[in-house]
Design a protein around this ligand. Structure first.
Ligand code: FAD
Length: 283
């Protein structure tokens, strides 16, 4: 295969336009697995490793908006300022693979693959993230819920690149939890991210690995808003946490597959939701 090494974002977009059927390589932790299994007939690869614009993140403190470049690796989200801004993203990043995978694997790659088991994705849904994509002739900003079209399917056109992800900072607690068949180096069997928004007195919960796409549990969120005041700091009644878990579980749409059963996943995701709410309300 031919490897193209653009040095700038514009060069990368131009190559994507002129090289027919070229495929994007970021950290390669999904892409190379597919190549090794011969799933791709790959001829031309555009590797993003020299495109520094995609490896940066920035915080607009006036607008309260953070923009994370598509090629920012998990290692940069695990600790430090980005982790303080988005603790749920940090928690998700810490669960991805091994340190080697987290050094190479990127947010853009998780979105490019768009697996319902991708650990960053429930967090991006719960944070209402927007995905910024570009081609040589246009740019688009797509809410993450519209970006993910199905299992391993997204809204990108052949000539488009994921440039960055924009997330508004939230005043309130946020977290991520995942269940797998072991404690580390594991693809999730069920996952959930919960954001408690103290300004709007509302919550957002998104589930991974229990449906064809990431699932936002809008009905459970609305129910919780009616029975619990996030700003009051009052102790959470155990019955509320239990019912929240049950309602979240009902909104999941899991299947049986090689990793787990629908029955177990439906149960597990309810337990995760209940525990996240207990953790969040105890802060
Ligand atoms: C051992 C191992 C363990 C893993 N564990 C986990 C885990 O626990 N949790 C998890 O979520 N994932 C896991 N993964 C999968 C993988 O690490 C992640 O999905 C990672 O985010 C992929 O990022 P990448 O930069 O390596 O993407 P790549 O492999 O380079 O690319 C993945 C896909 O996205 C496309 N793409 C990449 N960047 C862009 C862009 N900027 N614009 C458009 N398309 C783009 C590529 O063309 C490709 O189709 C694991 C993988 C391995 C090998």
């Amino acid at each position: 295969m031919s490897i193209h090494l653009p040095q700038t974002l514009n060069e990368a977009l131009h190559m994507l336009q002129v090289v027919p059927h070229a495929q994007i390589l970021a950290g390669g932790t999904d892409f190379m697995v597919e190549v090794n299994f011969n799933k791709h007939g790959v001829h031309d690869v555009i590797a993003l490793r020299h495109v520094d614009e995609l490896k940066k993140w920035s915080h607009d403190t006036v607008a309260g908006v953070v923009t994370i470049g598509a090629a920012v690796p998990y290692a940069d989200m695990e600790h430090g300022e980005l982790a303080q801004l988005f603790p749920a993203l940090a928690e998700a990043a810490r669960t991805v693979g091994s340190p080697q995978i987290r050094a190479a694997g990127t947010l853009g790659g998780n979105l490019g693959t768009c697996s319902p088991a991708g650990d960053a994705l429930p967090v991006l849904f719960a944070l209402n993230a927007v995905i910024n994509v570009a081609s040589t002739h246009a740019t688009r900003s797509i809410p993450v819920a519209d970006f993910m079209r199905g299992p391993k399917r997204n809204d990108l056109a052949q000539d488009e690149l994921i440039v960055s992800v924009t997330i508004k900072t939230v005043a309130g607690w946020q977290g991520y939890a995942k269940v797998g068949t072991r404690n580390a180096m594991v693809i999730s069997v069920a996952s959930a991210s919960l954001v408690l928004d103290h300004v709007n007195n509302s919550s957002r919960i998104a589930l991974g690995s229990v449906g064809p796409t990431i699932i936002r549990c809008i009905q459970a969120e609305q129910w919780l808003q009616g029975v619990y005041d996030f700003t009051s700091h009052q102790a959470l009644d155990d019955s509320i946490a239990t019912e929240f878990g049950q309602r979240v579980s009902q909104e999941s749409r899991p299947i049986d597959d090689h990793r787990s059963t629908a029955l177990y996943r439906r149960h597990a995701v309810g337990v995760l939701a209940k525990r996240l709410l207990q953790r969040g309300s105890a802060q």
